[in-house]
Ligand binder design. Sequence first.
Ligand SMILES: *Cc1c(COP(=O)(O)O)cnc(C)c1O
Length: 484
Amino acid sequence: MAKGRLDPADWTAFRQEAHRMLDAALDKMAGAEEGRVWTPLPDPLKDALAAPVPRAGLGPAGAAERLRALMPYGVGNTHPRFWGWVHGAGSPGNLLPEIAASAINANLGGRDHGGVHVERAVVRWCAELMGFPPDSGGLIVSGTSMATIIALKAARERALGTQTRQEGVGAARLTGYCAAQAHSCVARAFDMLGLGSEALRRAPVDGDFRMDTAALEAAIAQDRAEGFTPFLVVGTAGAVNTGAIDPLADLAAIAASEGLWFHVDGAFGATARLSPALAPLLAGMERADSLAFDFHKWLQVTYDAGCVLVRDRQAQLDAFSERPDYLAPATRGLAAGDFWPVDYGPELSRSYRALKVYAHLLEHGADALGAVIENNCRQARLLAELVAQAPDLEPLCPVSLNILCFRFTGGSEAAHDAVNAEISVRLQESGLAVLSTTRIHGRLALRVNITNHRTRDGDLHLLVEEVRKIGATLLAEGFHAAAP
Ligand SMILES: *Cc1c(COP(=O)(O)O)cnc(C)c1O
C-alpha cells in the first residue's frame, strides 16, 4: 500500500474479506434463534483488549478476524428469548443500509446532499405516523435520551426566551412535571439543561401506574403559589417498568389550559400507533408539542436510532440554530439546502442514521411493523395467563402493552426479593433466557418486556417453566441471599 493512503493494497483480497464478513453477519442473523441468549466475553478476549494500541496494523484480514471473534458476545437481544430492559431485536435488512451508509460516509450536519434529503423525508414520515403536522421540526437522533434533551431545550427557550442561550437560566425557577414512573432520561435532561433534576416534580400514579392528573394539577398550583414557573408536562407512552400509558389526552388538556409545553416520552410505546388496534390507547399523543421515540426498540432497527418531533419547527430552530461564518448558508452549491440538521440539535458531525430507518420502512412498510407490536402485546397477555395459572407465581402489574412484572412466591415472604433476583441472574447465566428486574410497590419483580419480533409463544411457556424450576431448586438448596 502506498504510504499515506488507507485504501486496500489488494482490492480482490479485500473484496473476499468483505464478503466473508457479510457471510458471518448473515450467519449470525440467520442463526439468531439458536444457541445461548447471553454469553459473557471470555477472559482471553478481555485480555486481548488490554493490549496497547497497535503501531503496525494487522491488515484487513487480521482486523476482520478479531471482529468475527467478538460477534458471539452481544447483549443477546437478537435472540427470541431476550426480554430484558427494553431492547429491540434488530433485523437482517439493516445490514444493507449500514454497508451503504459506510460507503457513502456522509456527514449529516447539513449541506445539500442525498443524506439530508433522506433525513428530512424520514422525519416527515415519522410526523405522519405519529399524527404530527407534516411541517413539524424533527431529527433522527441516537435515541430517546438525546431526543428528550432536544425537545426540552426547545421547551425551555419557549418559556424563558432565546436570550437564555446566551445568558443562561439565571435565577429562573422553572418546574416541570412527570409521573413517578417516568424514565430517568427526563431528569437527566433537566440536569443537562441547567434546570436541576429537582425541578422535575413527580406526580404519583394510580393503580394502573398512570399519572394521577389531580395530583399533577395540585402540584402545578402549589408551585405557582410558591413563585415557581411551571413550563412543562411530560407524559409517558409506555413506562419502562410496566408499559403504562399516562392519560395523554388529559395531560394535553391540562398543559393547554395551564400554558405549558406538552412533551411525550414514547420511547417504545409511541410506536404502538403503527397498529390500528393499539393506536386508540395513545389518543392525545398527537397533540403533544414534542415527542421522543426510538426506532431501535420496538421498530427493530439496529442500534442506534431514535427520533424527536417538535410540532413548532421554529421553536426547535430557536433553541439550536446558530451558524458560525464557516457554516454560513448559501443559495447554491453544496453549502445550500434549507434543512441543516445542525440547526435542530446539538451535534455538527452526524452519522447517516436516517438511511437505515428509511430502508427499514421501505423494506417492511409501517403495517408489518405495527403487526410485530400487536403480536408482542398479545404475547404479554399470554404470559400473564400462564403466570396466573401457576400456583407459585404472582403478577405484580397489569399488562398495558408488552410488559409483565411478576414474581416467584415459593418459600418465605421475607426471602422473595432475594430469590427472585437470583432467579433472574441464574436465567441469564444459564444462557436460556434474559429478563430483568425492577421494583413494583417496593417488591422485587421479574420484568419481561417483549419488544422482540423473534419471540415465539413456546418461548414464553419455556420461560414460565424455567422460572418455576429455578425457584424450586433455590428452595431445595435452602438459598438465602449472600450478605451484601
Ligand atoms: C429506553 C427508554 C428511554 C431512553 O431511550 P434511549 O433510546 O435508550 O436513549 C426513555 N424512556 C423510556 C420510556 C424508555 O423505555
